[in-house]
Write a new protein. Sequence first.
Lengths: 386, 140
Amino acid sequence: MINPSGLTAVAGIGYRQYKRGTAPLPERGVLVSAIVDACNDAGFDPALIDGFVSYGDDKNEPVRLMPDLGMKHLNWSAQVWGGGGGGVAGAFGLASAAILTGQARAVVVFRALVEGNSGRLSTAVMAHHLNDHMVSAGMVAPAQLCAMRAQRLFEHHGVPTSVCEELVRASYHHGSRNPEAVAFGHEYDAAEARTSRWIAEPFRLFDCSRENDGAGALLLVSSELARDLRKPPVTLLSVAQGAERGWGDLLENDREDLYPTAGFGAIRQRLYDQAGLTPADIDVVQLYENFSAQGVASLIDHGFCTYENVTEVVRFENLIADGGRLPVNTSGGNFAHGFVHGIGCAIEAIRVLRGETANPVAGAKTCLLAGGPGSPTVSSAIFGIG
Amino acid sequence: MAAFSYATATGPLGAEGPYWDALLDGHLKLPRCRGCGAWHWPAVWRCGECGSWDHEWVERALTGTVFSHTRTHHAFAGTEAFDRPFTTVLVSLTEVPIRLIGVLEGSEEGLRIGAEVEGRIDRTRFGTHDIPALRWRLVA
Ligand SMILES: [Zn+2]
């Protein structure tokens, strides 16, 4: 077996984001725009793309993208299973597998979501989890299921709710400085957040990500090919997806110790081992947070802190790009940058390593992309530069 | 293998048909493997522990403790059956290593993880369906 670490690289990125309901084109048009942006970024002819990977039940079947892109051959199309954002990082693993086995040469990882075409994301995600057991108990939304897990994280495992506020505040700090972000120019107001309306306790509105229209595309090629393209290659150092026994849509019968987690314990060791890295080697994190507590749980799962020392690590000053030791969500993340089913987190992983972010992290060489927390199938990746 | 008649209001039925029929009949019944005695929830067709396809559905009491809980305030579509806010509890059953979910009724005083509850069987209106449902009450 080969170790895929460092053998493939992101050569180009494209990202279009709009306020929900205001996309200038239907979904596939927005997606084609983002793909062409990614190719222009890389200096790569879109006609030479020969593969696509997505996740989260994206509705844009790759073959339909061929005419607009001028493609002659589609050699690879695949999608990570699951309706949530659990597959965002794993998608790079599918793309990398195709390239390293010679089945495709230039694979675009994408996600597109325009409400008028694909409906509300939360509804689509929940369609995977809805059943008569949950509905009979009034449980119909991801927010409620995550709230119940958060309640146990706080009440039983002793994680203070204040760490969630620290994480959200850091996201807004970054988003307020990012011209592309929904929170651009808006400083975080603690009083507003603390008195925002309850959604499902312990979550208030500010603990929840809010959906945007848009599309993101990342062009993955061999590291060898990437070196000949326009931008400095950002290599895929590691990627892992999966789950473990006692986890995954079990009518809330997950193993007791796994229940309040985000599910990444199943992949953590594989993720770090593939890259030969440890949590201490990670310079910056792009953290998919659907809800605040699940973001914190994801940081714990990935080995950045524990139930015991979470308050020492998940502190505003420690999470911001300007001076923090663990900068998180330098674009503002799903909370404050925008939420196109987490593809923005992958985009920002590349931007921050290239130094193209609104919130630079000096000297950052490694960036961990944590996929959707709490999904039945989770995934994460580590990117590196230079 | 038990025949069952329950038609779901949402997605496809898994291996838990007899659970719903028992609730319609006023009883809580849960599946235990005849091969190795393991309880399975969600229900399975094949026991992943011993490979048996044979399960018996055993009546159990609706008593347990709160494993976790949430109080829903937002008017999510599909929750019209309940006056908001309403509290949902996930309950660890006393007799078997299985958690079941349901809406809490009665006083919420003393609601915490570990609190003792007892349940009854009711119906939740969802669209045009009446789904058999568990309701829980804190034991004073
Ligand atoms: Zn068995």
